[in-house]
Write a protein that binds this ligand. Structure first.
Ligand SMILES: Cc1cc2nc3c(=O)[nH]c(=O)nc-3n(C[C@H](O)[C@H](O)[C@H](O)COP(=O)(O)O)c2cc1C
Length: 490
């Protein structure tokens, strides 16, 4: 039957722990007895006593009405009188719909439940008496009882059928012993998201709200951010919710642009405000210049990333910004390989581990110890990995500028990487540059022409932490050096 789990019978049923006896006096219909059995088992009650039932309690209609609770019917005992049925009970409760003028405590089912729990806990046997369907208990039966139970219902209409009456008393009995919390959030398999996952999502959302201009009113920003956060806090996000929300925000922010690119729709057609066409030179005011300095100060080589993915659109846009870099003869020799395949990533990771171990062997003493403690790559978590190569002989640029200094091709690629680095930081992403790898191995893993030079292997993602100083300074490896050591006049 729906809602039934036979492995989860109530503790009283399983352990045989004492519970009230339900005594039905002269029940008329087999169906009603079956329905009482069902109501009893709902409430963990299994001891039914029948006083002169008018139909056999194991007859087909009773079993059908019990709807799977026939165990109660099979255990039921039949007595010739009410007095015999309650003979071994220490306390008897009579259920009535109307006052009988007898001096007795009259209690609600809730109060009766507490009383029964206390008495049973003290070792007493308790019986609850229910009368025949049409007329209820007679006065003699009520007189046997120690207390009367009345269900507070609409005084103008309080007629209950037998099983309903048993259910109301049984329900209160069960509740009084149940440790079910009054309200509980059912999470199924998922956990509430950890606070730092939720905070990462807030950072993602707020960054995009900032970029799209929703948070442009500086003075209102703090309170708007607090309101948005408390809105999501009220939802008690699960881990899955947080993943879905990350995806939604990312798609809202960049999905329309990506689709437009795929479908060849001009991007400015997508926006009420057309995208700038860059036809006239912009004015970079002092506020921008200050921000730019901040960008230089806060750009970092990042080796620790969160699990938050980077959208495809963000990667495309960053690569477009990288390609705006200067290059010798405008040769644009940069070649970017997005390394997505798990096995290839693992091979790069192994190449890094080997090169790093070799590099460590080149140090000794304290320097070796310090080197070993440094984290020099974020390959384990970075969601985006890019191998950047220089084409040593691009047709573009027609050789201009590189006859005497062929390495300017690689310098040009470094300039593109620097663009990428700063552009990533400007949108809250972090970039880590790795050179501790065998370039031939990375070339092999990436299946690119033999002649291409590896310039760097990049890790891109959301940084776990933000710093205004390099990690190698903080780790005590190398301080920044003063300007007079690097600037000369002749
Ligand atoms: C050409 C180049 C190669 C680098 N290779 C690595 C590397 O293999 N592993 C690493 O952790 N950092 C590498 N870095 C990052 C530097 O350690 C980092 O830029 C420097 O410590 C200054 O820190 P900052 O970038 O946070 O200012 C490299 C940087 C450059 C420019």
């Amino acid at each position: 039957m729906a809602g039934t789990d036979p492995t989860r019978l109530p503790p009283d049923t399983v352990t045989g722990a004492p519970a009230p006896l339900i005594v039905l006096s002269h029940p008329q219909l087999a169906e009603n007895v079956g329905m009482v059995a069902r109501a009893m088992l709902n409430c963990g009650l299994v001891d039914m006593r029948l006083v002169e039932p008018q139909e056999p309690h194991l007859e087909g209609r009773a079993i059908a009405a019990a709807s799977g609770a026939d165990v109660v019917l099979h255990r039921a005992e039949v007595f010739a009188s009410t007095r015999e049925a309650v003979a071994d009970a220490n306390w008897v409760l009579a259920t009535t719909a109307r006052r009988r003028g007898q001096v007795k405590p009259v209690m609600t089912p809730k109060h009766a439940a507490a009383e029964m729990r206390a008495r049973i806990a003290a070792g007493q046997k308790v019986a609850v008496l229910f009368g025949r369907e049409r007329t209820g208990l007679d006065n003699d039966e009520v007189s046997i009882a120690d207390a009367v139970c009345e269900v507070p219902l609409n005084p103008a209409y309080c007629s209950l059928n037998l099983a309903q009456a048993v259910l109301l008393v049984g329900y209160e009995w069960f509740q009084a012993g149940s440790d079910a919390p009054p309200c509980e959030m059912v999470m199924n398999e998922t956990l509430p998201a950890a606070k730092d996952e939720v905070l990462n999502f807030y950072a993602h959302l707020e960054r995009e709200l900032e970029l799209c201009g929703f948070l442009r009113a500086e003075d209102k920003r703090p309170s708007m951010v607090r309101n948005i956060r408390s809105l999501f806090n009220r939802a008690q996000l699960t881990e899955q919710d947080v993943r879905t929300l990350h995806g939604m925000v990312a798609e809202l922010a960049h999905g329309s642009l990506r689709r437009a690119r795929k479908l060849g729709i001009p991007v400015d057609k997508l926006h009420a405000e057309p995208m700038p066409l860059y036809t006239s030179a912009p004015i970079f005011d002092s506020a921008f210049a200050d921000k730019l300095t901040e960008l230089f100060v806060w750009r970092r080589d990042v080796r620790r990333f969160t699990a938050e993915p980077v959208t495809e659109t963000a990667v495309t846009e960053l690569l477009e910004q990288a390609c705006l870099a200067p290059s010798v003869g405008n040769s644009q020799p940069w070649r970017f390989v997005l390394v997505e395949d798990t096995a290839r990533r693992a091979a790069v990771r192994a190449a890094f581990a080997a090169a790093n171990a070799e590099a460590l062997a080149g140090y000794s003493g304290e320097k070796a110890q310090l080197y070993a403690s440094l984290k020099l790559a974020g390959l384990d978590r970075a969601p985006v990995q890019i191998a950047v190569f220089a084409d040593p002989d691009p047709a573009e640029g027609h050789g201009l500028g590189r006859r005497t200094m062929p390495q300017t091709l690689q310098y040009s690629v470094v300039a593109a990487i620097q663009n990428l680095w700063l552009a990533a930081r400007a949108r809250g992403l972090g970039l880590g540059m790795i050179s501790i790898v065998d370039p031939a191995e990375v070339r092999r893993v990436c299946e690119v022409p033999e002649a291409w030079d590896l310039v760097a292997y990049l890790c891109l993602g959301h940084p776990e932490e933000e710093h205004a100083d390099p990690e190698l300074v903080r780790a005590g490896w190398q301080d920044r050096i003063p300007m007079d050591r690097v600037v000369f006049r002749r």
